[in-house]
Design a protein around this ligand. Structure first.
Ligand code: SF4
Length: 154
């Protein structure tokens, strides 16, 4: 998983394209999803998301995906779950102070953003983590947020 996560960061631009494409497909399927009921789809969607994103990004199913803002490096892989930048204990060579054999997820985030051509776009702070969303589908959450924003605007 560690190797796959590093691969995804190295290929962050292609991964971002894949991610955006998936998101667009979900948006296209939005009417059908809401027709069936997003609550009813929560289990199958989160299971698929857990499998695919787990494989590619070592996803921990926080339910509020920020990969597009963190160069495809999942911040939930930080042992301290630092969600807004490195802790300050990064070892020489960019290794984690808790797990010395792993690179700091935030240094990987900076590298991923560079691969995406967005080295200046690490937009911190990220919103606070809502633990009630743990285990839930991030894609469905995006659709629900879109629907709420649409009903407010419409
Ligand atoms: S930010 Fe959250 S949803 Fe995205 S890959 Fe990491 S744990 Fe999974």
């Amino acid at each position: 998983m560690k190797a796959m996560r590093a691969f995804s960061v190295r290929h962050a631009r292609a991964m971002m394209r894949l991610y955006s494409l998936t998101e667009r497909l979900f948006v296209l399927a939005e009417p059908l999803i809401f027709h069936i009921g997003s609550q009813r789809l929560e289990r199958p969607f989160s299971a698929v998301e857990r499998l695919i994103k787990g494989l590619l990004f070592d996803c921990r199913m926080c339910g509020q995906c920020v990969l597009s803002q963190t160069g495809m490096s999942c911040p939930m892989n930080c042992p301290k779950q630092m969600r807004n930048g490195p802790c300050g204990g990064v070892r020489p060579g960019g290794f984690c102070e808790v797990w010395p054999d792993r690179r700091c997820v935030w240094l990987m985030a900076a590298e991923g953003l560079e691969h995406m051509g967005h080295s200046d776009k690490l937009a911190l702070p990220l919103p606070p983590l809502d633990r009630r969303l743990t285990g839930r589908s991030s894609f469905l959450r995006v659709l629900r947020l879109r629907a709420t924003a649409g009903s407010r605007n419409g």
